[in-house]
Design a protein around this ligand. Structure first.
Ligand SMILES: NC(=O)c1ccc[n+]([C@@H]2O[C@H](COP(=O)([O-])OP(=O)(O)OC[C@H]3O[C@@H](n4cnc5c(N)ncnc54)[C@H](O)[C@@H]3O)[C@@H](O)[C@H]2O)c1
Length: 310
């Protein structure tokens, strides 16, 4: 396992599910961990520090160092206090894993303003706010002549990258996080910070209805939340300093560095297109029409498998 001794990590939404696994793995590799979790329900209602405290206890009883943090990642000032807590407690920050998330699924035609705002807030602002404060910490250290090897690891979703019916709010937020990853990677490279992103697949309270248990209890479980952790630990190693701006789809042992928006079907003209001519070209080039294949086809092409058939 890469040696992360001496490094300090924050993992958001780390009281349960995937974030808990990230925290345990980072601590096992030697990092000191700030375990953030607001501790609310799946839709983001309420708050409770107990899940974060339990993960801190697990890390401590395995011989590691950790502290709990109950800030809401979508609160700009709260995110600032979380970064401050890491530097106050452990003297520095090296790794930020933005993982906290909620769901408020609804078909677009029925979605309320609140369902839209809450999901966009927790995911998109909940990535921006901690990253913004962490970036300021790293810029300060870099300008003071320090050798910074900072890491940001974001959390997108197959829903945002391939599109999933019933998740216009969540998918839009997760697509935004992939775009945010690319720009943050470009901006923070000059300070020695890499920014990458996961598109995980794991059985947690978020997905327990979609992902069934494996038939053989002793066999490798591709949907164990712990399957994401080696990707995080590897990206946090000093040797991964050159790997940035990537979005990794993870399903069991299939880790796929996805290609995002890419040069596709070119309709080239030496001058401005005439709408009639362009329409004729579109219909000619796409005689059967053209539409996104959807999340399940996207996941399968990336090496994953949805247990749903539709
Ligand atoms: N489970 C999957 O298959 C899957 C697939 C794609 C993406 N994801 C993403 O992975 C991340 C982790 O999800 P999970 O499946 O472990 O779900 P989870 O519900 O088990 O964990 C999410 C955690 O985030 C915390 N949280 C929510 N809002 C918060 C806030 N404002 N501030 C701080 N903490 C907050 C929750 O309390 C919870 O403990 C999420 O971003 C999710 O969207 C999960």
């Amino acid at each position: 396992m890469p040696d992360l001794n001496g490094k300090v990590a924050i993992v958001t939404g780390a009281g349960r599910g995937i974030g808990r696994s990230h925290s345990l793995a980072l601590a096992a590799a030697g990092a000191k961990v700030v375990v953030n979790d607001l501790g609310g329900g799946l839709a983001g209602e309420g708050s409770d520090l107990t899940p974060a405290q339990q993960v801190v206890e697990e890390i401590k009883s395995a011989g590691g160092e950790a502290v709990a943090n109950g800030e809401n990642v979508a609160d700009f000032a709260g995110a600032g206090r979380m970064i401050q807590q890491a530097t106050d407690e452990f003297g520095r920050l090296d790794i930020l894993v933005c993982n906290a998330g909620i769901l408020r699924d609804r078909m677009l035609v029925n979605m309320t303003e609140d369902e839209w705002d809450a999901v966009i807030g927790v995911h998109v602002k909940g990535h921006f706010a901690p990253t913004r404060h962490a970036a300021a910490h790293w810029r300060e250290r870099s300008k003071a002549g320090g050798d910074v090897k900072g890491r940001v690891i974001n959390t997108s979703s197959p829903s945002g990258l391939f599109g999933n019916v019933g998740q216009a709010n969540y998918g839009a937020a997760k697509a935004a996080i992939a775009g945010f990853t690319v720009i943050a990677a470009q901006e923070l490279q000059r300070y020695g910070v890499t920014v990458n992103c996961l598109a995980p697949n794991a059985r947690t309270r978020m997905t327990e209805s979609a992902f069934e248990l494996p038939d053989d209890a002793g066999a490798f479980d591709p949907l164990d939340p712990g399957n994401m952790a080696p990707v995080v630990v590897a990206l946090c190693a000093d040797e991964a300093q050159g790997i940035t701006g990537q979005v990794f789809h993870v399903w069991g042992g299939a880790v796929n560095a996805l290609r995002g928006w890419d040069a596709g079907e070119l309709f080239a003209s030496d001058e401005r297109w005439d709408a009639d001519a362009l329409l004729a070209e579109l219909v000619d080039r796409f005689p059967e029409g053209v539409a996104p294949p959807g999340m399940i086809a996207g996941m399968q092409a990336a090496g994953g498998r949805s247990l749903r058939t539709k």
